[in-house]
Write a new protein. Sequence first.
Length: 256
Amino acid sequence: MAPQKSDPYTDSVWLRPPARTRGGAPTLTREQIVRTAIELLDAEGAEGLSMRRLGTRLGSGATSLYWHVTNKTELLELAVDEIMGELYVPEPGDVSFRIGASVYATGLRAMLLRHPWAIPLLGTRPNLGPNALRVGDRIVALLVASGFEGLALSHASSVITNHSIGAALATAAVSAGTAASGLTPAEVTERVTPYLDRVGDDYPHHRAWRESVGAVPMDASAWDENFAFGLDRILDGLEAWLAGVSGRAPAGPAGE
């Protein structure tokens, strides 16, 4: 009989009891291991992380790490939850729905750009760690206070979160590609423009639009503006939908 494959959801580190500390265990803590793993991930990406390299950076053998983490997959789960601790969601009574959602969405994108290795990991395993659950609880509180309920609350949370993840993915991909080319965004635009001019007659609508706006180097500020525009339109739509369903705009902080 073939061995059963591990289920990435039911085999999550968060669904297993924590490893017991045995006599003679190394002085390293799981917190130290996770923080150092994040430093390595930020510097070299997921492909640069191994238990052996992590042990070397910690000045300890890889075997010592197994007192606290079973394997690299478990370590990545722990690392993702650790960076979720960087997110802030305002108290619903302190700000309006729009401000609270903007703070969360903007913070999520910024966090993922600081730790781009985490982007492809999102959704591959359940986010059941304490930091992820705290963020989720605060988002639910914000949306409930604003008038969302039931599945509509889940949909609203998803569309805001997915916009941040998608925007971070696009920005990180272009940043990595530009860095690999050794060129600045403006230099990339300059080199691509002659080709677009040459084939412009084949794509007249794109050519007319490009001529109307001029060259737009896709630097960090352009991606920030792109994200902000999309987020504002999402929040416009959610506010309009909520007003249509309930007959009122999303609730603001006390006293508004």
